[in-house]
Design a protein around this ligand. Structure first.
Ligand SMILES: Nc1nc2c(ncn2[C@@H]2O[C@H](COP(=O)(O)OP(=O)(O)OP(=O)(O)O)[C@@H](O)[C@H]2O)c(=O)[nH]1
Ligand SMILES: [Mg+2]
Length: 203
């Protein structure tokens, strides 16, 4: 069965986003603590398309580094080996990402989200980015903040150059959800499955 895979750091809202885009049709566990989703979770839509909720990668407080490494390896191997993935949804915490990326860069490291985003592009998974939790960003800071989100992913600002790739959204308030659903419809059509657009109806 064709798959759409959701990847992202722990606690960014991957499970919440699945719940939002399927409007409760998928039974999804959402957690207060990072690391709630520990294995890929498969949500079948009408026995035709699978949404795959991957475990979160990156730092999680209270979780051994060994485990974090294993999760990252599992995700990379999964994405490399499967040939039925239509595209990937890369979920980021739009509020937290700029500061996290800056911390990595100050240490002379490549931010893990930039690395993942590049990897998804390299393996041809045509990633679409859900910049989640925008309800936590002050409206007056929104444009500048989204530029920083783009930059953290290695996309040159202004972020509005990337309107077909980067989608500000809140799984909590539903802001940006319609635009994101429309983009998913477009993506499944482009991938050769126009009939799957019905899974992403805007109402
Ligand atoms: N304010 C706000 N909180 C959100 C949003 N989306 C998710 N959350 C909260 O963020 C926390 C993590 O959400 P999950 O959906 O479990 O995140 P996840 O990416 O699946 O996490 P893992 O399974 O640990 O990788 C929960 O407390 C959610 O309620 C959002 O758009 N805005
Ligand atoms: Mg989860």
């Amino acid at each position: 069965m064709p798959e759409i895979v959701l990847v992202g750091r722990s606690n960014v809202g991957k499970s919440s986003l699945i719940r939002a885009i399927t409007r409760g049709a998928a039974d999804v566990r959402v957690g207060k603590r990072p690391g709630v989703t520990r294995k890929p979770v498969f949500h079948e839509l009408d026995g035709e398309l699978v949404l795959v909720d991957m475990p979160g990668f990156g730092f999680m407080s209270g979780v051994p580094r060994r485990y974090q490494e294993r999760v990252k390896d599992l995700i990379v191997r999964y994405l490399e080996e499967k040939d039925n993935i239509l595209f990937a949804i890369h979920v980021v915490d739009a509020k937290a990402l700029p500061e996290i990326a800056e911390r990595w860069e100050r240490r002379g490291e490549i931010p893990i989200d930039r690395e993942m985003f590049q990897f998804l592009n390299e393996v041809g998974l045509d990633p679409i980015v859900a910049a989640n939790k925008i309800d936590k960003i002050k409206p007056i800071e929104f444009e500048e903040h989204m530029d920083a989100v783009a930059e953290a992913l290695g996309l040159f600002p202004p972020w509005r150059q990337w309107l077909d790739t980067l989608f500000p959204i809140s799984a909590k308030t539903g802001e940006g959800l319609v635009e994101f659903l429309e983009a998913l419809q477009e993506r499944v059509r482009k991938a050769g499955y126009p009939e799957f657009a019905r899974f992403f109806r805007t109402k």
